[in-house]
Write a protein that binds this ligand. Sequence first.
Ligand code: FES
Length: 108
Amino acid sequence: MARWIRLASLDECPVGSARELVAEDRVIAVFHTVDGEFHALDGICPHQGGPLGKGRLHGCVLTCPWHGWQFNVATGQHQINASVKHPKYPLRVDGDTLFVDVDEASRG
Ligand code: FES
């Protein structure tokens, strides 16, 4: 069952941005892509724990600020290593607020 937690107001996440946010005890990396979609990944890079929400976003591709691993923010898929798929979180927009379901991280 979904458990929606308030994450941010929409104006905190402008188009083209990557943000590091916290919901309960989870670090969530939130992305607002140039095509107007919101995506959320686990905020901790699977390489060595870098802050994915502080990375650079180009289109749907995020670059981790520590060593440059790249992920598709829509899928969590690593751009080179097919065996690495980073967990995603469901997001929901309600009015001017972004909510995350912290119990439904998936690699789907
Ligand atoms: S910690 Fe992210 S690429 Fe190394």
